[in-house]
Design a protein around this ligand. Sequence first.
Ligand code: FO1
Length: 318
Amino acid sequence: MITVLAGGVGAARFLRGLVLEVDPTTISVVVNTGDDTIMHGLNISPDLDTVTYTVADAIDPERGWGLANESWRVMESLARYQDVKPDSSTAAGTWFNLGDRDLATHLYRTARIAEGATLSTVTQEIARAWGLAFNMMPMSDDQVATKVDIFENGVASTISFQEYFVQRRHGIPVTGVEFVGATTAQPTFINNLHTSEAIIIAPSNPIVSLGPIRALSGVDAALTFNRDRVVAISPIVAGSALKGPADRMLVELGHEASVVGVARIYAPICSTLVIDQQDEALQSAVEREGMKCVVADTIMRTPQITQVLARKVLQAVK
Ligand code: FO1
């Protein structure tokens, strides 16, 4: 069995290649749910949905979230209520876009959770509906909320992850990150870490995608115990994130936005870091942080290129 620790877009693209390389029924994917939110009373799990839609080849490729060929009639129709809602109400909010077809997933998840199903069960059902062959699991059935500390217009405040990422387009400096509920939430996957032949940390944001997973009780200890079989792919290439704010966030929180900075974060729990060929000159600097370092093409342009990456990642820990 192989376990993949996953955030959204980067992890999803990696999985498209991994499923070509190994039998998908032997893969368990543990997905960050710190980004989860409630909008219009609906349970939204962005990273679970990004993984599902991407591997099902239904994602909108330009946006990297939501479904291709989407329509937005529900969002447009909410405009009618903008002028009548009380100022204190969050109803009819339109800053977080939910496409008409995407809404079906959130309606289904919300209805099943209201019936008493766990997020793990519903996630399996949604994955089956989209034809995914691997075992997809949320990192926990308990709520964990990623909160972002910011300093905006001279005022310090703490906002939800989606208020930072979508509402403010991750355009403001971050002074801290918290994972509320993480220390009491039960991880779903500790057994997987002890029984997997390889544990892959996907090329996701080390702070806000892997951070919530690692913050769950017992996870870092289990990773450290199995460190020889843990391999990470750097989401930072030539000092930049391929998508999202990982590079800026690393610097804002006192890390280095480079493969060496990533190595420092992962070295305690992970034996091997896979870096892009553009960073080849930093291979020995990564090794000085106490990790093995494999150089590969990590720009996941097609599932076939990604399959080669997946092969190298697995070879590194086998
Ligand atoms: N990202 C955006 O930038 N704007 C949106 O309006 C937006 C809506 C949205 C709806 C459902 C969903 O599953 C994801 C959505 N995302 C949106 C993406 C998402 O919030 C972020 O990419 C992740 O949380 C970061 O991993």
